[in-house]
Structure formats: structure tokens, C-alpha cells
Design a protein around this ligand. Sequence first.
Ligand code: NAG
Ligand code: NAG
Ligand code: NAG
Ligand code: NAG
Ligand code: NAG
Ligand code: NAG
Length: 338
Amino acid sequence: MYSFIALLTFAAGIFAASAEHIVYSTVPGFFLQDLNTTNASTFDYTATNFGLINRTYPTDSHFDPHGKKTQWQRFARYVEALVFHESRKIDYKVIFFGRHGEGFHNAAETYYGTPAWNCYWSERDGNSTAIWADAHLTPNGIAQAQRAHNFWAHELDVQKIPAPQSYYTSPLYRCLSTANITFSGLKLPRSRPFVPLVKELFRESISGHTCDRRSNKTYIHDSFPSYKIEKGFSEQDLLWKPLEDETSVDQQVRSKIVLDQVFKSDRSTWVSVTSHSGEIGAILADLGHIPFSLNTGSVIPVFVKAERAKGPQPTTATQPYTALSTCSTQPPLPTATA
Ligand SMILES: *[C@@H]1O[C@H](CO)[C@@H](O)[C@H](O)[C@H]1NC(C)=O
Ligand SMILES: *[C@@H]1O[C@H](CO)[C@@H](O)[C@H](O)[C@H]1NC(C)=O
Ligand SMILES: *[C@@H]1O[C@H](CO)[C@@H](O)[C@H](O)[C@H]1NC(C)=O
Ligand SMILES: *[C@@H]1O[C@H](CO)[C@@H](O)[C@H](O)[C@H]1NC(C)=O
Ligand SMILES: *[C@@H]1O[C@H](CO)[C@@H](O)[C@H](O)[C@H]1NC(C)=O
Ligand SMILES: *[C@@H]1O[C@H](CO)[C@@H](O)[C@H](O)[C@H]1NC(C)=O
């Protein structure tokens, strides 16, 4: 009997999965980061209220007749009204994408220069004084995460911004650590505690660089014991391959898969994802957002609309990893300038 029900449930799951797919878009007109006139390299989320544009919403007249509410309170009411009135085929989420603070690999790429980093240093675990395999945050990276923490504290206090209802993070240490520093110790509502879910597919573009090779599950758990780790997460990193790169087409496909996992399993409207520049870039493309490259430690919210469409997800063939180009001899060390 049990197995019969299990079988039915399994079949229903397959049916649902193949009969529908999700199409994403970004709802424009609410955030500066949606505008092609915003320069991502100089954009400062802390100076712009997370980029939330000053404007009115159709819900203002009922919610805030005396003009006492903050921009974020009024935006939150508008989004929640939209979610409430929309058909079951449409869902909205506001996802806060945070890029990790500077890691030792970022510092090393700056130190050695990108060509020498790519062809030689990135394939090694570190140099004689720094380790960048599954890189940890540099002191500068820790300060960037503390800045995000301070800004969230300010926004919760002053703007009454909705706290995330759920948190996700890449399994790479720099993101686990950034999320921890950003969200630990905030005055969060009791119903919305900071308990992130570690998801494999929120990881960075899987290059043959050692900074993209994750640690094992035991180490992740022991380092961040309060975090949840998704079901099926393998003990060892099975996706990283030495001297080979995941293709950008494959990354685009798996980024859609992880988004679908979140949208199919999580009814939250306010969501935080701590990830990487390459991966957030791939997700933004899946969401139909304009390209917006985040500086280390930056955070941008994105207003996402998800519509269920008939028919299976159009498939894209998986591509083999490609070989990384390397140089056989150590490139000359950077020369001191000035
Ligand atoms: C920016 O967007 C506007 C309107 O959406 C469009 O007309 C314009 O060509 C875009 N500019 C650039 C530089 O992409
Ligand atoms: C964005 O700002 C950077 C840094 O100031 C500048 O170098 C770049 O030209 C700007 N890009 C655009 C499109 O204005
Ligand atoms: C929004 O308005 C506030 C004052 O109410 C101002 O300080 C802030 O600079 C404005 N932000 C934007 C993005 O225009
Ligand atoms: C090792 O790399 C770091 C950058 O992560 C750099 O600051 C340091 O100077 C390098 N050490 C040596 C001995 O070159
Ligand atoms: C997590 O963050 C808290 C608060 O900043 C800090 O005390 C703790 O050491 C951090 N844990 C790890 C494993 O980074
Ligand atoms: C997990 O990683 C840690 C740190 O690198 C190592 O000490 C440990 O032996 C590994 N355990 C397994 C089961 O691979």
C-alpha cells in the first residue's frame, strides 16, 4: 500500500513537472538596478535604499492615507497585494542577491593580474602565504559583509524593510561566511529566523580554478552547524573537474533549475540568495533582468514574476566541460610599481 501511494505521488510529480514549466521575468519600474542608465560599477546599494525608486503605488491611498509609511513599507504592501490578488499561475518574489565579500582568490587575481591568474595561479591551491582553494574572506571581504550587516540593520530599523522569509546560499565558503556575517545578530522577527539552506547549484561558474571547488559536506556542516544543507547534497564535490570549465550554456541551464527548485518549493515572497558574480549574472539572465555586475559584497533586490506555462521546459543539451588553457611555466611575478 505504502509503495503504491509512493508510486502515485512519484508519477504525479513527473506529470506536474512535464506538463508545465516556469517562465520568469523582472518587473521593471521599481528599482534603479533595472534601468540601463544605472552604472553598476559605481552603484552603491547603501546610498540608494537598496536601489528602491521613490514613487507611489496603487495601494498607497488605502495603506498610507496620511503619508506616514516608509518607501519600503509601501512597496511591501504593493507586492503583497499583487501576490494576494494574482491567479495561481503567477507568483512574485523579491529576491535579494548578495555577492560574497572579497575572497583570497579575488585578492590574488588583482595581485598577479588576470592573465597570470587564469593560466597559472588559479589552478593552484594558493601561494606560500595565502590559500584560495574554496577561498575564505580577506579582512576587506569581512568588512564588506559587515557593511551589508550594518545596512540591513539600518533598513530593518528605519525603513521597516521586510526581513527575508527564507535564505539560500552557495556551498562555497566565501558565501557561507558572507551570509553569516551579514545576517547573524540582526533584530529579525521571530517567525523569520536566519537559517539558510545551502544549495549546490547556487555555486559559482564551475571553472577549473581551485576557488570554485567546494569543501566536503562534513566540513561545511562543522563550520556552519546552524545551516541546513539540501537533500541529496553529496559529501564530495562531484561537479568540479581539474583543468576543465563548465560551459556558460550549462551554467544557464542549471541556474534555471535552481530557480525552479526555489519557486516550486518555497511560498515566501521575500528571499535572500548569497552567491557569486558569475552565478548571479547567469540568474539575472534567466530572470530577463538587464546585465548588472555586482561588486564584491554588494546586494541588489530583484522583483521577479514567475508564470506557469503549459508544456515541458524546453530542453538544452548538456555540453561537455571545456579544457582550461594553462601556461607551463610560472609567469613573471608582478613588479613593484612607484
Ligand atoms: C535603454 O533603455 C531604453 C528604453 O528601455 C532604450 O530605448 C535604450 O536604447 C536603452 N539604452 C541602452 C544604452 O541600452
Ligand atoms: C561607469 O563608471 C565607471 C567608473 O566610474 C566608468 O569607468 C564607466 O565608463 C562608466 N560606464 C558607463 C557606461 O557610463
Ligand atoms: C528618495 O527620497 C529621499 C527623501 O525622501 C531622498 O533622500 C533620496 O535620495 C531619494 N532617493 C532616490 C533614489 O531618488
Ligand atoms: C600570495 O597571494 C596574496 C593574494 O591573495 C598576496 O597578497 C601575497 O603577497 C602573495 N604571497 C606571495 C609570497 O607572493
Ligand atoms: C558567524 O557570525 C557570528 C557573528 O558575526 C560570529 O560570531 C561567528 O564566529 C561566525 N561564525 C562563523 C563560522 O563564521
Ligand atoms: C572533509 O574535509 C576536511 C577539510 O578539508 C578533511 O579534513 C576531511 O578529511 C574531509 N572528510 C571527508 C569525509 O572527505
